[in-house]
Design a binder for this molecule. Structure first.
Ligand code: ZN
Ligand code: ZN
Length: 347
């Protein structure tokens, strides 16, 4: 066991503070990773504060947008070497033999993926996330990070990036298609960048006129104000795919009406759709679907794609002692677009 300095919470109301955790010594197929950067995801706040159905375990060390370097490799490791720049995303293991795992869709593992934090690993120990100096992970759940990407700005690709990349690929977005991204935040800004790199016309839909310029700078082909009924009517039945990243209740009918026949509105924010008009779906055979991050193979494909197209997240780097302040700012939507913790500031 290796003692590791981390930042985490002792209960649902405690602030994020330094604590000590233990990491296992690398087993045959494990990598020990010195963490360089960790992004802060909204789900970190929800889980730290026990807002997801009482499933939080304490002490908790959040963080699942992890970038680091391999410091030690187990004797059976074949895919990585000491010194490699690597990433760890939202899960660190899964059952490896169910239908989902067999298809490389570990995020939908029938036994439940093993979360990078707030879970119990196959060795019976609690998992602790990336707000820490080190982590030990089985090499099959570690990603290779292209060396040309800024490692700090690449961290959010491991959750925010793959959350948008996976539906863009699953619904087979093609060059020239019109793709809507609803909500300009940590997720939405990645959607705009990725859609543009795929050659699609990404249309940012937002409720705030002041976000229009930002969206265009990120590569949006157009901005559609959801509060502008005339503009919404003009875009009716014209979209090939819409990805909705907004995690709070809102009216989906206006977005469904934007889809062409047979096309899909994908929810990636944890949102319960209420008041959806069935006729809106039935009359044009439209779909509503959900999508959760991506499997290991697709996450690697996404990182390679981002390396090729030089795509990273827009970030603000913070010191470890500023995590609580960052949480408060995130709750006020005051970040463009992701906070990333400089783990070197952790002492
Ligand atoms: Zn996340
Ligand atoms: Zn499985």
């Amino acid at each position: 066991m290796t003692h590791t300095l981390a930042y985490g919470v002792q209960n649902a109301t405690a602030p994020v503070a330094p604590l000590r955790i233990e990491r296992r010594e690398p087993l045959a197929h494990d990598l020990a990773i010195d963490i360089l950067y960790c992004g802060i995801c909204h789900s970190d706040i929800h889980q730290a504060r026990n807002e997801w159905g009482g499933k939080s375990r304490y002490p908790m060390v959040p963080g699942h947008e992890i970038i680091g370097r391999v410091s030690k490799a187990g004797a059976g490791v074949t895919q990585f070497r000491v010194g490699d720049l690597v990433g760890v995303g939202c899960f660190v293991d899964s059952c490896r033999h169910c239908a989902a795992c067999a298809e490389g869709l570990e995020q939908y593992c029938e036994s439940g993926m093993i979360g990078t934090y707030n879970a119990i690993d196959p060795h019976g120990a609690p998992t602790f996330g990336g707000y820490s100096q080190r982590i030990t992970v089985d090499e099959n759940y570690v990603l290779r990070v292209p060396d040309n990407l800024d490692p700090a700005a690449a961290a959010p690709l491991l959750c925010a990036g793959i959350t948008l990349y996976s539906p863009l690929r699953h619904w087979n977005v093609q060059r020239g298609q019109k793709v809507g991204i609803v909500g300009l935040g940590g997720l939405g800004h990645m959607g705009v960048k990725l859609a543009a790199a795929m050659g699609a016309a990404g249309v940012m839909s937002t409720t705030s006129a002041h976000k229009a310029q930002d969206a265009q700078q990120l590569g949006a082909a157009a901005v559609l104000l959801s509060t502008d009924a005339a503009a919404m009517a003009k875009h009716a039945s014209s979209f090939d795919l819409i990805i909705d990243t907004v995690p709070v209740p809102h009216d989906l009918n206006a977005y469904i009406a934007l889809l062409k026949r047979d096309k899909t509105l994908v929810l990636v924010g944890p949102l319960d759709p209420v008041g959806v008009h069935g006729a809106n779906l039935i009359m044009q055979r439209r779909h509503i679907a959900g999508s959760l991050i991506g499997g290991i193979a697709q996450t690697q494909e996404m990182l390679d794609f981002c390396g090729k197209h030089n795509i990273v997240s827009d970030i603000e780097i913070i010191q470890a002692n500023a995590i609580n302040a960052a949480y408060e700012r995130m709750l006020n939507s005051d970040v463009k677009y992701r906070f990333v913790i400089d783990i070197a500031s952790m002492r």
